[in-house]
Write a protein that binds this ligand. Structure first.
Ligand code: AP5
Length: 203
């Protein structure tokens, strides 16, 4: 299994780049934002609880998100790996994810962290808000609240995985194609080194 976290602030391109990565590498895309929006659309109890937080630009409580992620992973027993997009977002979520993967004798292999300036993030999200129908994209104050949540709670995720040397920073400004090329280079490099290590251990 190969498990990747695509990390970065709101609007850094996680969803956009995930599409290319899952297609090239055959990973299961696990976006907690998409899962929560589906729950909201279906007006489930979980969705209604999440909506209060999402509309305010705040993180949904850890227990809600972790339970949802565990269910998603259990429903994909044949996955050759997961691309986590928008998860984990707190240290508690990192610890829970490590435990979920450990149950399957697995771990996070790589964290690719997209780096984008705050003004570019706001510009992108306000632009998307003109057509996306996402209530959290239409108001600059909510967008800035999401970015503040990222700085207050989510940057800790990079610190957590950095202690295991798993984080690689990627410039997230430029064309979608050039950014994807940089991401792909890192994934290809890691996969090649895994093949070499496997070959050496079989000698
Ligand atoms: P979520 O859905 O995860 O949203 P987000 O992190 O705010 O990220 P976005 O989807 O807005 O941005 P992105 O980085 O995916 O960029 P994208 O490719 O879309 O979360 C929403 C909410 O759900 C959270 O606020 C929270 O309340 C809750 N939530 C979700 N997960 C949670 C968790 N784990 N714990 C607790 N709460 C959770 O691109 C953005 C725009 O930029 C697009 O218009 C795109 O076309 C454009 N763009 C992309 N790349 C480029 C480029 N290179 N140049 C120019 N434009 C670009």
């Amino acid at each position: 299994m190969f498990n990747l976290i695509l990390f970065g602030p709101p609007g850094s391109g996680k969803g956009t780049q995930s599409e290319n990565i899952i297609e090239s590498f055959g990973l299961q895309h696990l976006s907690t934002g998409n899962l929560l929006r589906t729950e909201m659309g279906n007006q489930t109890e979980l969705g209604m609880e999440a909506k209060r937080y999402m509309d305010a630009g705040q993180l949904v409580p850890d227990a809600v998100v972790i339970g949802m992620v565990g269910n998603f992973m259990d429903a994909k027993p044949d996955a050759k790996g997961f691309l986590f997009d928008g998860f984990p977002r707190t240290t508690a979520q990192c610890i829970a994810l490590d435990a979920l993967l450990k149950e399957k004798n697995n771990e996070i292999n790589l964290v690719l962290a997209l780096e984008v300036s705050e003004e570019e993030l706001v510009k992108r999200l306000l632009g998307r808000g003109l057509t996306s129908g996402r209530s959290d994209d239409t108001n600059e104050n909510i967008i800035r609240a999401r970015i503040k949540e990222y700085h207050d709670k989510t940057t800790a995720v990079a610190t957590y995985y950095a202690q295991f040397n798993k984080v690689v920073g990627i410039t997230g400004e430029g064309t979608v194609e050039t950014i994807y090329a940089d991401l792909k280079k890192e994934i290809d490099g890691l996969l090649a080194s895994q093949v070499e290590m496997d070959a050496a251990s079989n000698e």
